[in-house]
Ligand binder design. Structure first.
Ligand code: BG6
Ligand code: MG
Length: 215
């Protein structure tokens, strides 16, 4: 087999939690009179909570103290946890289960490569946990995407060389991370936004596992 493993980002690839992150940051922005735009939110995809707050404060031209930052990070996460508390399997994005099914049937290994520290909770709530041979999330990585660490750790956990891995990503930082790790990457989203992917799909309903061999 040309490829042995698929590594999935979580937010925006398997489930649409990007909308909850957006809402939670928007609510937090009220503390410093900042209205987050959709374009700015796009830049927050794939990057850690701490880096996201730093970017937002920069856009807001707000000089925050360490104490404020710590408090706001906690507050943003509490809002986010409240928003995701009602998640269930119906929020798995279209075509994902059928695609994972095909991968398992054809003997591919499957790993998660997410920047989120809440990945475990989301996988449990949506019933996705059992699909994964390895889970690498924001609790085990030290460097954020576009650094390839999260995907290299995933490949290592699966015992696969990077060249045998295909990454699925909705964020530019994630596509850059996969490429930096020497992996193939399928972008999930719009080809006008995502640059450098080997292929871009708008949904998993458009992709058959057999097509991966063309990458
Ligand atoms: C990524 C999201 O998956 O996880 C980012 O795309 C988010 O928007 C990051 O900031 C960290 O998530 P969390 O759940 O640890 O705050
Ligand atoms: Mg994502």
């Amino acid at each position: 087999m040309k490829y042995k493993a698929c590594l999935f980002d979580l937010d925006g690839v398997l489930v649409d939690t990007a909308v909850y992150h957006f809402q939670a940051w928007k609510i937090l922005g009220k503390h410093f009179n900042f209205e987050l735009s959709h374009e700015q939110n796009e830049e927050l995809k794939g990057i850690s909570r701490v880096e996201s707050l730093d970017k937002i404060l920069h856009w807001a031209h707000f000089q925050a103290t360490q104490e404020q930052k710590g408090r706001w990070l906690k507050e943003k996460n509490e809002t986010y946890l409240e928003l995701i508390s009602h998640m269930n399997p119906s929020e798995i994005l279209p075509g994902v289960i059928s695609f994972l099914d095909q991968l398992k049937e054809q003997g591919y290994l499957i790993a998660l490569g997410s920047a989120s520290k809440n990945a475990g909770i989301i996988l449990e709530k949506t019933g996705l946990t059992t699909w994964f041979n390895a889970i690498i999330d924001g609790n085990v990585v030290t460097k954020s995407k576009p650094d390839p660490e999260v995907f290299l750790k995933g490949a290592e956990a699966l015992g696969c060389p990077a060249t045998a891995c295909i990454v699925f990503e909705d964020a530019q930082a994630g596509i850059d991370a996969a490429k930096a790790g020497g992996m193939k990457v399928v972008g999930v989203g719009s080809p006008t936004i995502l640059r450098g992917a080997d292929k871009v799909i708008s949904s998993f309903t458009e992709l058959q596992v057999s097509e991966l061999l063309l990458l």
